[in-house]
Design a protein around this ligand. Structure first.
Ligand SMILES: NC(=O)c1ccc[n+]([C@@H]2O[C@H](COP(=O)([O-])OP(=O)(O)OC[C@H]3O[C@@H](n4cnc5c(N)ncnc54)[C@H](O)[C@@H]3O)[C@@H](O)[C@H]2O)c1
Ligand SMILES: [Zn+2]
Length: 353
């Protein structure tokens, strides 16, 4: 299968390229090598490569000829530096997706696998002892300031117990990036309906592993901790460290893309299928900081009690659909993955803070 991998020079994309090549497929990479992701001396992929933006209609159209499927990873990631970044996020992620899909419609490429994200869910799934499954609103600044980090029941104010989020959970994007990731899915669904295409969105949880970019306003928490440790500094853990996440290894995420691309031919055309892509083993951010610090030989993390208003408390996936329907199995365990990550290289990025 010849596969166009947009964003294939990035953290996850480059692992997908490796997985495709190993499986005997033919990846073609299209990537703009954004300075926010690559710094000033980007590494160019060792496969067929187009240095271009997904918004470039002519290049994208030409790149699609002879392609069997598209694996769309290109996106601006992270929270950015503030709301002023919104036009850049919407441009790269949503206009970019629209241009790509329009070209696919035109050229006749009918299989799409999209890098989705768990950020579309906002706060995860919660249960109140009295009211069952509820959707807590944003946490109140006065609760956070007083160190009351657990979301509360909107009906009775009781502290809630977190659960696993399934694909049919209501969406609730809480920042610009999350909004663009959800819009990408809506565009993909509209494209699939219009052209009879097959679209799969893999909603990745917190991806980590070798090649993860160093700390920037665009980086994930594992990367920030790893970078602090590399400087000999203690990782600074916000809130009380009890935030639950699902840390999934980048090679497992690449494998999920491979199974989705290979299965896409057999999936029903005309719609979008969404699959949570997590390890199925929730851990707290505090656990992760301690595991990394141990593997790096210290220093011990500091629990700071600081908070960011936009952060969600817990969000962990139920990834059983991806296992059951597409036969995917994550193979890198948490302890093993964090130990490898502690010793692995991180990619230099621009450090645009
Ligand atoms: N890393 C995670 O934990 C995580 C979680 C959920 C979803 N995702 C999604 O996975 C995908 C890959 O993320 P990543 O972590 O590898 O980030 P990354 O920044 O390492 O990779 C993204 C790549 O896309 C390229 N790119 C961005 N905008 C582009 C554009 N307009 N045209 C062409 N290329 C462009 C960048 O140059 C970069 O190489 C993204 O779609 C992201 O939203 C990542
Ligand atoms: Zn209640």
């Amino acid at each position: 299968m010849r596969v166009l991998v947009t964003g294939g020079a990035g953290f996850i994309g480059s692992h997908i390229v490796t997985a495709l090549t190993k499986a005997g497929h033919e990846p073609v990479v299209l990537d703009a090598l954004l300075p926010s992701a690559h710094g000033v001396t980007p590494e160019v992929p060792a496969v067929e490569f187009l240095h271009a933006d997904v918004r470039d209609r002519l290049v994208v159209r030409a790149a699609l000829h002879g392609v069997d499927a598209v694996c769309h990873q290109a996106a601006m990631v992270g929270l950015g530096k503030g709301f002023a970044d919104a036009p850049e996020y919407v441009g790269s992620n949503d206009l970019g997706t629209a241009v790509l899909l329009a070209a696919m419609a035109d050229v006749g490429v009918r299989r799409l696998v999209l890098a989705g994200s768990m950020v579309v869910y906002g706060e995860g799934r919660y249960e109140c002892p009295a009211h069952g499954v509820v959707r807590p609103g944003a946490r109140l600044p006065q609760d956070l300031a007083a160190g009351r980090f657990e979301p509360r029941c909107p009906a009775c104010g009781a502290e809630l117990a977190p659960g696993l989020v399934a694909e049919d959970a209501p969406v609730d994007p809480r920042n610009v990036y999350a909004t663009t990731k959800l819009a990408q899915e809506h565009l993909a669904a509209a494209w699939a309906r219009a052209v009879g295409g097959t679209a799969v969105s893999l909603r990745y949880h917190n991806v980590y592993g070798p090649g993860m970019p160093r700390d920037t306003p665009y980086a994930g928490v594992a990367s920030l901790f790893r970078s602090a440790l590399a400087r000999g500094e203690a990782p600074r853990v916000f809130e009380d460290g009890g935030q639950r996440r699902d840390f999934v290894h980048v090679r497992d995420v690449a494998a999920a893309n491979l199974v989705a691309l290979e299965a896409a031919d057999g999936l029903p055309a005309g719609g979008l299928d969404t699959y949570n892509t997590g390890s199925g083993e929730p851990h707290t951010v505090g656990d992760m900081a301690f595991a990394l610090a141990r593997a790096c030989g210290g220093p011990e993390p500091v629990i700071t009690g600081e908070y960011r208003l936009g952060d969600v408390r817990h969000v962990t996936a139920d990834s059983s659909r991806l296992r059951g329907e597409l036969g995917w199995r994550p193979v890198v365990g948490f302890a093993e993955g964090m130990t490898e990550f502690a010793g692995a290289g991180q990619r230099a990025s621009a450090g645009l803070s």
